[in-house]
Design a binder for this molecule. Structure first.
Ligand code: WQD
Length: 337
């Protein structure tokens, strides 16, 4: 059974990927210091998969910690999730983002090289596209200035991986996955998104507001150049995003000639903020309390993925709809009450 190191594996996307890895016959090993996740997630992963979780409660921005894991297990590949990802926070505290997001990748690549581990799947983001001129972005799109330090850390990490692989200084082969907007929760309702503190993202705010934990939903801006005036995003079910990581791993392991590639992971369709609110109300039979407010600085007006490359390269496409994601998100929120 191939062992896969999952950094940040107790987090939102990491925990959902953990389940898909087990169900695909891999033995995942988690390194996570729970700075942005809760310990009960590990028990839930054991409940869902029916097997015990190998976890190292350690900071992966620490070479010694990484060496401990690599020396205790014969690792076949790595999925690197561990990073800070709050756009707003990165503007207030850029050094925290540069140190952790870039520092942990550099240390990971060095330790992978030391232990002769070649396969890497890297969690990147559509934020590297900045404010794209086109509504639909494909991977060869010229990358403009990301709109936040968070986006810059993802772009710099992509360059670090590219340069390292080209330099042959580390015998690594990698797939870089650029996520769009992950939403929803596992269909079991046992794991889901756990934003610590105020939820910056739209869907967790909606579910918390619907559960009476938050006030009125603010729709940031209704004067954008879109059909209903609100921003457009590519909202993808987190379990679909998770399965894309497993397919990326399968591809790297099965194709030794694959050195490096970048893939958009989205649904290929755009949904506006207002459309999403209406979908949530309809699928969950709930009336939401919302109002229009000012635009949020740094928001991209409209973006969604051209997913033709990932469909061709990994023979992967989404199984779930936005409606499924909103239903699963609400099931998860209700389980937290
Ligand atoms: C979506 C839309 C808001 C909250 C996120 C992550 C980023 C990246 C991509 C991973 C925007 C609007 C939001 C609210 C609102 N993911 N909104 N009221 O900004 O697209 O970026 O996904 O790398 O890390 O931050 O997602 O959910 O914050 O916003 O109207 O209370 O919803 O203006 O148009 P965003 P989001």
């Amino acid at each position: 059974m191939k062992k896969i190191l999952v950094t940040g594996g107790a987090g939102y996307i990491g925990s959902h990927t953990y389940i898909e890895l087990v169900e695909s016959g891999y033995q995942p090993i988690i390194i996570d210091d729970f700075r942005n996740s809760e310990k009960f997630v590990i028990d839930r992963l054991q409940d869902v998969t029916g097997s015990s979780v190998i976890i190292y409660d350690l900071d992966c921005n620490n070479e010694k910690n990484l060496e401990k894991v690599f020396s205790e297990h014969d690792i076949d590949g790595v999925i690197h999730f561990a990073a800070y990802k709050a756009v707003g926070e990165s503007v207030e505290n850029p050094l925290k983002y540069y140190d952790n997001n870039i520092g942990s990748l550099v240390k990971l690549l060095k330790v992978m090289t030391k232990f002769n581990v070649h396969v890497l799947v890297f969690s990147s983001s559509c934020t590297v596209y900045g404010e794209p001129d086109n509504l639909v972005v494909s991977e060869d799109f010229p990358l403009s200035e990301p709109t936040s330090p968070y986006g810059h850390t993802k772009l710099i990490c992509e360059r670090i991986i590219e340069n390292s692989i080209q330099s042959k200084s580390c015998n690594i082969r990698g797939l870089i996955l650029r996520y769009f907007n992950p939403i929803g929760a596992h269909k079991s309702g046992l794991i889901g998104e756990l934003p610590l503190g105020y939820p910056n993202n739209l869907v967790p705010y909606i579910t918390q507001a619907a559960a009476g934990k938050r006030g009125q939903i603010q729709v940031f801006g209704n004067d954008y150049d879109t059909e209903d005036g609100t921003c457009i995003r590519d909202f993808i079910h987190v379990s679909d995003l998770a399965s894309a990581h497993v397919e990326a791993l399968n591809k790297l392991i099965s194709d030794p000639n694959l050195k490096l590639d970048v893939l958009n992971i989205g649904t290929g369709t755009g949904t506006s903020v207002l459309e999403l609110i209406n979908k949530f109300e309809k699928i969950n039979n709930i009336k939401l309390d919302w109002e229009f407010s000012d635009r949020r600085p740094g928001d991209v007006e409209k973006i969604y993925a051209d997913c033709s490359k990932v469909k061709k390269s990994l023979n992967w496409s989404c199984k779930y709809s936005v409606d499924d994601a909103l239903e699963h998100a609400w099931n998860w929120e209700k389980s937290l009450k």
